[in-house]
Design a protein around this ligand. Structure first.
Ligand code: ASP
Length: 494
């Protein structure tokens, strides 16, 4: 069994869908293939816009619906034979009508619940999976389409539902235990509660769907087809010399994606990692590029401490300082933040004259966090046992990631001296206990400069030039010259 996931940009145009048919056709015949798809192009964004406009009583949601309909109909006209077009166009029109009724209801009540938004968003993946399965069939491939909502069972946290792995694995294994056509196409991103209400797994969640299916079916490979040639050493939009990483461990991929690398949805790694299923990131537009292999036994380049660099913009520091007992107060602080599900990126505690707890969170959560913390500690603040919460905004995090950092000394020294040389002030530092990452909090305005300078330091260092002057060409001198001559390929390569 092999699972392949195609992202929105890979299926945005009829010619790219045609390429996918050709690619699948060439795969070894003895295997079965699960094909997980995202919504076409940026349809999910359009669907969200539609729901939001309807809830604000703006009639323009109807224009967006029309646009979504036209995009799908154009794809059908480009892709299918005339004989098959009519049925498919009627199918899309019927679904657009259902969507319109849903939006009309939202327009009337002026409220867009997370549940309704999930229902609206599901249109994207349900339509793309149906059209792609029909296309594969027309192409002569033995294919069915299966609604993932029958297989992926979640809780009812609409918008970012948590997967119930016991129930989901049960349904997936049961479904695939009976003989199925060679190609099974499934919509990514969506699931359902036990009560059959549609949920979604978070933006970018189709990768996660593919990984859940790969793990449940013990697939031998998960391929994620996207519009870049793999995970890059840094964001190529900022760092022009960034290059694709050929091999990366699960942990490194997890760290890089958690700290801003956009190629893969962070939760995707876990299910595949548990079953040791290799994940291959490939570029639909350049299928011959090697891409990135995410696996357990990556070949470590012993001379390279760093595998990649990523970062998150728009973060804030919360600083709680006072004459406090650290364990008890950090517990209360966490519990307070948890009450409103505020995501903590990292925490640092220090003890000198006073105890200080520093928490790093996303800037968008600062107002909520401030309220929660001030409420939790109002007695201590009133008694002046704790100083009022201090907040620092306009910060970002740079994450330098590499399994091999622990084996090579001076990596952190290099990071901080390279930042220092470029006048980049470091506000806080954390090194993970596994020594796979070093995080530096810096000013937001220095984000791009920091990524570029660290990339130069770890990936673009020019070869060192050495001028060798030998006095006397006796036995030792001439042997040395011969040896240098023999090894010149090594010296020039490095
Ligand atoms: N279509 C959804 C999104 O745009 C899910 C996905 O593409 O993975 O977030």
């Amino acid at each position: 069994m092999q699972v392949l996931k195609f992202g929105g940009s890979s299926i945005a145009h009829s010619n790219s869908i045609q390429k996918i048919c050709n690619l699948l056709e060439k795969k070894p015949i003895e295997r079965q293939y699960l094909i997980v798809v995202s919504a076409l192009g940026n349809i999910t964004d359009q669907l969200i816009k539609c729901g939001k406009l309807a809830s604000k009583r703006k009639n323009t949601y109807k224009n967006i619906l029309k646009k979504i309909e036209i995009i799908h109909i154009n794809i059908i006209r480009d892709l299918f034979t005339i004989k098959n077009q009519n049925n498919l166009i009627s199918w899309i029109k019927k679904n657009i009508n259902n969507l319109e009724s849903l939006c009309d209801g939202i327009f009337q009540v002026k409220k867009l619940s997370k549940q309704s938004l999930d229902e609206i968003m599901s249109f994207g993946e349900l339509s793309s999976s149906f059209l792609i399965s029909e296309k594969l069939r027309e192409h002569g491939l033995d294919t069915i389409c299966k609604d993932s909502r029958d297989l992926i069972i979640t809780d009812s946290q609409f918008g970012c539902a948590q997967v119930n792995f016991i129930d989901s694995n049960y349904h997936i294994i049961k479904f695939f235990s009976k003989k199925k056509p060679k190609y099974v196409v499934l919509p990514g991103f969506i699931g359902s509660t036990k009560e059959k209400k549609t949920t979604t797994l978070g933006r970018g969640g189709s990768d996660y769907t593919a990984s859940i299916l790969a793990a449940a079916t013990s697939a031998n490979l998960l391929e994620i087809w996207t519009d870049v040639s793999g995970i890059m050493t840094a964001n190529p939009k900022i760092v022009k010399n960034a290059i694709p990483i050929k091999e990366i461990s699960y942990e490194e991929a997890m760290e890089l994606s958690h700290f801003g690398a956009k190629v893969i949805y962070p939760p995707t790694i876990q299910p595949a990692m548990k079953k040791k299923i290799p994940i291959k990131i490939k570029n639909t537009f350049y299928p011959n590029d090697p891409g990135t292999l995410i696996y357990i036994d990556k070949n470590i380049n012993i001379s390279k401490p760093v595998t990649g660099i990523s970062g998150i913009k728009n973060i804030s520091l919360l600083i709680l300082e006072g004459n406090i007992c650290l364990p008890e107060y950090s517990k209360r602080l966490f519990e307070a933040l948890l009450r409103d599900k505020i995501n903590v990126i990292f925490i640092k505690q220090s003890f000198s004259k006073n105890s200080i707890i520093t928490v790093v969170i996303y800037e968008m959560d600062v107002i909520k966090a401030k309220k929660l913390i001030n409420y939790e500690f109002y007695k201590e603040i009133n008694k002046k046992k704790i100083k009022p919460l201090k907040i620092e905004n306009d910060l970002c995090i740079i994450a330098v990631v590499g399994d091999n950092m622990k084996n090579i000394h001076c990596t952190s020294g290099k990071i901080f001296s390279s930042l220092g040389r470029n006048n980049i002030n470091v506000r806080a530092i954390v090194q993970g206990s596994t020594e796979k990452n070093i995080l530096a909090v810096i000013q937001k305005r220095d984000f791009e400069k920091a990524l570029k300078t660290l990339h130069v330091t770890f990936f673009e260092s020019k070869p060192k030039q050495i001028n060798l002057f030998i006095c006397g060409l006796g036995k030792v001198g001439s042997t040395l010259l011969k040896q240098i001559n023999k090894q010149k390929n090594i010296y020039y390569k490095n």
